[in-house]
Design a protein around this ligand. Structure first.
Ligand SMILES: [Zn+2]
Length: 312
């Protein structure tokens, strides 16, 4: 009871200070990784009332005529603070919201951009995935934030579905949007800015925080190979620092995913069952934040996928 009261008191402080203190702290965290490319790195934590689900890397790209937001944030508050930060950088219209994938820490802040009437660009599979999971995600976050669904935010429905590629013209600056098969999720998109050779990878790339598998392990490894072939010089990961050099920035994740794949295949080969799957990839423990929270789940997901492979 005491603990709950303390949590509520903490929430009140955040809500009361929502316009002043957290915003100034938040705006200071905005990083310009290349000309006109701005990233707000997220906290390397799971969603909590204290972080308002500002846990993913989100941001925007400014062209001559317009702004594109790439992932509008993890809650109504996170999206609202991103919008204020954009307005501090440029008065240009926010014409596009691009969702890198269906996970709530990347898209629930979209509601803060409703007034901009943006084109909402997402993977062709996004709408179906959001239909299946959106309400569950919102309820889950509302519980974490203290029970108010409005605080959790919402995704705006896509107006442009991408099944292969699409070009977004910001005026003198064209962003190439690429859609993928199942990898981190089944709705992954990347954005490539060839003016600065910046690849915005969403959660196809994790650094520091252990990758979370919600799509296809072998598909993810394949897509990572495709991304490494792009002529990018830097990447914005979905979780981790604001930027990494490319393609060397892929090394940690590729090692983790390959280890997971190899260890689960070895377990299957010796007849191990799914209950022992959580013991795999222990050589990666200590290299990643939130390892214990996610590695076991990743292993079980991988086990279910790889057990149907032809072992020959
Ligand atoms: Zn994700």
């Amino acid at each position: 009871m005491v603990r709950r009261t303390l949590i509520r008191a903490g929430l009140f402080l955040i809500a009361a200070a929502g316009v002043a203190l957290p915003l100034s702290a938040w705006a200071g965290a905005l990083v310009q990784v290349a000309a006109g490319v701005y990233v707000r790195p997220g906290a390397l934590q799971d969603a909590s009332a204290a972080n308002d689900d500002a846990i993913a890397n989100i941001g925007f790209i400014v062209g001559r005529d317009a702004v594109a937001v790439i992932d509008p944030g993890g809650s109504a508050g996170d999206g609202g603070r991103l919008r204020v930060a954009i307005r501090a950088v440029t008065p240009l219209p926010i014409r596009y919201l691009i969702y890198t994938h269906v996970h709530p820490d990347h898209v629930l802040g979209a509601v803060a951009f409703m007034q901009d009437h943006p084109e909402v660009v997402a993977h062709a599979r996004f709408a179906a995935a959001w239909g299946e999971r959106g309400a569950y995600y919102r309820q889950g976050l509302a519980r974490v934030l203290g029970g108010d669904p409005a605080q959790a935010g919402d995704a705006l429905p896509p107006t442009q579905a991408v099944d292969t590629t699409a070009d977004i013209d910001l005026g003198g600056r064209v962003l190439h949007v690429l859609a993928y098969g199942a990898a981190h999720t089944d709705s992954d998109l990347t954005v490539y800015d060839d003016q600065t050779r910046t690849l915005w990878a969403g959660d196809l790339l994790f650094e520091d925080r252990v990758p979370a598998l919600d799509g296809s392990l072998t598909g993810w490894l394949k897509v990572l190979g495709q991304l490494k072939a792009l002529p990018a010089v830097r990447v914005v990961p979905g979780h981790g620092p604001a930027q990494l050099p490319w393609p060397v920035g892929a090394a940690d994740e590729e090692r983790y995913l390959a280890t997971l794949c190899r260890d689960v295949r070895a377990l299957l080969k010796k007849g191990g069952d799914i209950d022992s799957a959580a013991t795999v990839a222990q050589s990666e423990k200590g290299r990643w934040k939130l390892f214990d929270a996610y590695n076991g789940r990743n292993a079980i997901t991988a086990f279910k996928q790889l057990e149907w492979e032809d072992p020959s």
